[in-house]
Ligand binder design. Structure first.
Ligand code: NAD
Length: 430
């Protein structure tokens, strides 16, 4: 018996004031409006190059077949093979995947990686699947993507709801099909099958590296007196929190999808991580008061790190944010209207394409190591990560200052110019 997806799952009721793709296009229009680009180039880069939708079966543990829908979008392959994560979430839509793919193009170009932008997603609550079902879903989705993915055409990575285990299953499915172990087809793999040292921590660590660049420019340079609030405690949020505390910063607020916790004197982040491992949520952690996710965003703090999902900072809460610096760990957490409010209020915002680029930078290292079959130690990975991020931060500030724009527009202008120049060099085919 075939059961439709909708019979089993309902979307998480999150209200967006602007869709992710509307946000991505509004940002694009803002950036290209400041650049002297050929009109043909501007029009070409507005469009995703390819969009792939798949509907596929998964056998549930009770024996029933259930149909799932997944997407993979390639926004651009101008700079090289397309690169981007795969998301498992009930909020996945083609619109969202399109936006995330476009942001990947700008992110890779900004940090000078030889990649275009892609993204994938499956409309599923990963928590609703047993391990066997998750493996079945991942392998079938991977096999549906076979016409697209390969070490030289499109290289997936983890995103919300996926991690090293899903990447291992995708790598294995691809390898079984081609008949040899093709490690470089995905990044974010476990280390014992060719993953890179430091990949798991890379995005969160990169967020904190960017935060320190921003704080330095704001003249805030005493970590013990600098308080941080983080929305989302998954891969990005938890590693950002752990690294921040390791450097002596005070993490005062943390949340996940179920709610948040706050302690003005600072939370013990490793203890929160252990609590989360035990209970599945940060909520109920001892020695902290409970806050809602919307209260969390407006808590008193020096730095706010949205590290959950898009559309969280809107015109409704931006006027009440008390942070001096916002560092976007998540992709697209701020709507265009909120951007304007934040800029008017003099809050320094480090945009997603720069702030969370640590993940794709170390993914690139992993891909290079996989192709060369030569592996680096963690110190080398972190040294190169910091070098690339600081260089990209400086390039962003230089563009922003030259054109009198905010860092988001500066970052996107830098990236769009690079992709536009490469497009003109390659030419329009045919
Ligand atoms: P994850 O699935 O590991 O964690 C997501 C976290 O956000 C969880 O704690 C979840 O409970 C929380 N969350 C989800 N919805 C929420 C909501 N509505 N309110 C509050 N909290 C909510 O995902 P991740 O890999 O950490 O990714 C988080 C964000 O960072 C995403 O926007 C993703 O695209 C972006 N990102 C991730 C990477 C990476 O390497 N994993 C790289 C770049 C960008």
């Amino acid at each position: 018996m075939v059961v439709s997806l909708q019979q089993h799952q309902t979307r998480v009721p999150i209200e967006f004031t602007q869709s992710a793709y509307e946000t991505a296009l509004a940002q694009y229009d803002r950036a290209v409006g400041k650049l002297k680009l050929d009109d043909n180039v501007v029009e070409y880069m507005r469009w995703p190059q390819r969009e792939f939708t798949v509907n596929f079966p998964v056998r549930r543990d009770n024996g029933k077949i259930e149909m799932f829908t997944g997407y993979r979008v390639h926004h651009s392959t101008v700079m090289g093979p397309s690169k981007g994560g795969i998301r498992y979430s009930l909020n996945v839509t083609l619109d969202e995947v399109r936006a995330l793919a476009m942001w990947m193009t700008w992110k890779c170009a900004l940090v000078n990686l030889p990649y275009g932008g892609a993204k994938g997603g499956v409309l599923v609550d990963p928590k609703s699947l047993s391990v066997r079902e998750r493996e079945g879903l991942t392998r079938r989705y991977a096999s549906e993507l076979l016409p697209l993915i390969s070490p030289h055409s499109d290289i997936p990575a983890p995103d919300m709801g996926t991690g090293p285990q899903e990447m291992a299953w995708i790598m294995d499915t691809y390898s079984m099909t081609v008949g040899y172990a093709a490690r470089a087809v995905v990044t974010g793999k476990p280390i014992n099958i060719g993953g890179s040292q430091g990949r798991t921590e890379a995005t969160g660590r990169g967020v904190i590296i960017c935060m320190m660049e921003a704080l330095e420019r704001k003249g805030i340079n005493n970590p013990a007196n600098t308080s941080i609030v983080i929305q989302g405690f998954g891969n990005v949020g938890s590693h950002a929190a752990l690294y921040a505390q390791e450097l002596g910063f005070k993490v005062v607020g943390i949340s996940d999808i179920d709610g948040g916790i706050y302690n003005a004197n600072g939370l013990n982040v490793p203890a929160v991580r252990d609590w989360m491992a035990k209970t599945g949520t940060v909520c109920g952690f001892n020695g902290a008061s409970a806050v809602t996710n919307s209260e969390l965003l407006t808590l008193p703090c020096d730095v706010l790190i949205p590290a959950a999902m898009e559309g969280q900072i809107t015109e409704h809460n931006a006027p009440y944010i008390r942070a001096k610096v916002i560092v976007e760990g998540a992709n697209g957490p701020t709507t265009t209207e909120a951007d304007d409010i934040i800029n008017d209020r003099g809050i320094l915002l480090v945009p997603d394409v720069l702030a969370n680029a640590g993940g794709v930078i170390v993914s690139y290292f992993e891909w290079v190591q996989g192709l060369q079959e030569f592996f680096w130690d963690k110190e080398e990975v972190f040294r190169q990560l910091e070098r690339i991020l600081v260089r990209s931060y400086d390039a962003t500030v230089a563009t922003a200052e030259k054109h009198g724009v905010d860092l988001r527009t500066g970052a996107q202008m830098t990236a769009i110019q690079r992709v536009g120049d490469a497009l003109l060099t390659r030419g329009f085919y045919p």
